[in-house]
Design a protein around this ligand. Structure first.
Ligand code: UDX
Length: 455
């Protein structure tokens, strides 16, 4: 039974329904809860059962049900979903928060995913504080800031773009929806709407840390009351061991945890290539074949996450499997995998969570970005933080087998690999420093809590 009096304050967290959005918000919620805040997480998913049982201190509630796991349902596709979510979701959110307002712990603050900007109006209506939570990097968000961004699909007329706090970026390293950009207006709407209302926020939160994005954070702090609160990994980790398991409580697929961990236990230190493209990216059949061949020809073993929707693209050899050489699973406990000694390299799409997780656990990356922020993240991985390499692609954006193999070899056995591994260890230490007690991110969280306790 909760003792309401012992809580410092009560906050409601509104998470957008994608895997890459829920993960950092749930982890952040756990950290707030560990610091004495009562946290109620609301999501657009009806499937909150696993979450309810997984997180003692955090309560999970569904305010809106028009989603399937990993997707959206209902008429009108994604646009229809966005319209209904705003119309119905905002009303339900007001009703939901009102229920608490006469209780012993009324809600003092609404923390919402920046992809749900109308939540700010809900906070205004209820007279409570609000924080916009951006689930991507400060650099990416800067490139999308309306002043800089052109997602119309027309190529910019200059080869290099210069933005405050960022290195000069060439077009391929800027956010992209691919050649068919113009066909995704609801996604463009979603990206641009992130900025609606952010000037009204009491805090603008980023899953990043001060030393990782120093200059751009400085620039953004002049626009908004910015707080970096990352990495939002399970609350405490020591060396490579995660104290808090890999328990996110929500996964679009059930992870093959035992199979993966037992298989990794049987492998030597830094002998395994881990391959995953997150929850949303999809490789072409051609790219899947190039990657499959690179993995087969590598002298190392591999653990490859292939989502059910991607399985049909695998060459036939892979469906039979060869446990000495490689393991193919539908989903894995990624944090526990990255924290395992056997993993020496991560072939990744560079989604922001995967990038932050790799950086925080010191695992070098082979960066194979597919779209959106992944392009910019991959550039930073290779050229700014220097914790990875990116295979060269041909004119169709295809990374050939030989290129992927060369990058893997460079990281796992080459001269450049030693340097990259050293950088990875450096950033890992800085990530830990940021989130440890008294570190820059920890202080930002304490600041928010102090302000909440006094309002
Ligand atoms: C999406 C976008 O693709 C990404 O670019 C954006 O930054 C966030 O939204 P996603 O594709 O899911 O996210 O990638 P990512 O941000 O890397 O998040 C994936 C999450 O799923 C990570 O937290 C990762 O640990 C987890 N995961 C992935 C697993 O737990 N198991 C897996 O097998 C694969």
């Amino acid at each position: 039974m909760d003792n309401e009096e012992t809580y410092i304050a009560h906050v409601v967290v509104l998470a957008y329904h994608g895997q890459g959005h829920i993960n950092p918000m749930v982890q952040f919620s756990k950290r707030l809860a560990a610091k004495g805040i009562k946290v109620t997480v609301t999501t657009t998913l009806s499937n909150t059962k696993a979450m309810k049982s997984a997180y003692g201190p955090i309560k999970f509630e569904t305010i809106y049900d028009d989603c399937t796991e990993g997707g959206v349902a209902g008429p009108g596709g994604f646009k229809g979903f966005l319209d209904r979510f705003e119309a119905i979701g905002s009303r339900k959110l007001v009703e939901f928060i009102r229920k608490f307002q006469d209780s012993e712990k009324p809600v003092k603050c609404l923390i919402y995913d920046a992809n749900i900007p109308w939540a700010s109006n809900v906070a205004t209506e209820l007279g409570i504080a609000r924080a916009a939570f951006f689930t991507q990097s400060c650099a990416f968000v800067t490139t999308c800031y309306p002043m800089h961004c052109d997602l119309s699909g027309k190529p910019p007329s200059v080869p290099l773009l210069s933005m405050p706090g960022l290195p000069e970026l060439r077009v391929p390293n800027l956010p992209s929806l691919g050649p068919e950009t113009g066909r995704y207006p609801p996604i463009i709407r979603l990206i641009l709407s992130q900025f609606d209302n952010s000037e009204k926020a009491d805090w603008v939160l980023f899953n990043s840390f001060a030393k990782l994005e120093v200059e751009v954070i400085y620039w953004m702090s002049r626009l908004w009351p910015l707080k970096t609160i990352g990495p939002t990994l399970p609350s405490v980790y020591v060396d490579n061991r995660l104290i808090d398991d890999n328990d996110y409580g929500f996964n679009i697929y059930t992870p093959n945890t035992d199979t993966c961990m037992k298989w990794l236990d049987s492998k030597e230190t830094q002998s395994v290539i881990y391959v995953s493209f997150g929850s949303a990216a999809s490789l072409s059949a051609e790219q899947t074949a190039e990657l499959a061949n690179a993995l087969l020809h590598s002298s190392k073993s591999f653990l490859w996450v292939v989502k059910p929707s991607e399985e049909s693209k695998l060459p036939t050899k892979f469906s039979k499997g060869n446990p000495d050489k490689g393991l193919v699973v539908k989903w894995c406990p990624q944090l526990a995998v990255l924290a395992h000694d056997a993993v020496g390299c991560f072939v990744s799409h560079c989604g922001w969570n995967s990038t932050m997780e790799a950086i925080s656990l010191g695992v070098p990356l082979v960066a194979m970005p597919q779209f959106l922020d992944q392009m910019t993240n991959a550039h930073f991985v290779e050229h700014v933080w220097r914790v990875g390499v990116k295979p060269k692609t041909d004119e169709n954006g295809l990374a050939p087998r030989e290129e992927i193999e060369t990058c893997i070899d460079e990281i796992m056995q080459g001269e450049r690999g030693r340097e990259i591994n050293k950088n990875a260890a450096h950033w890992k230490a800085l990530a830990k420093e940021a989130i440890d007690e008294g570190g820059s991110s920890d202080k930002c969280i304490d600041d928010i809590i102090a302000q909440l306790s006094s309002c």
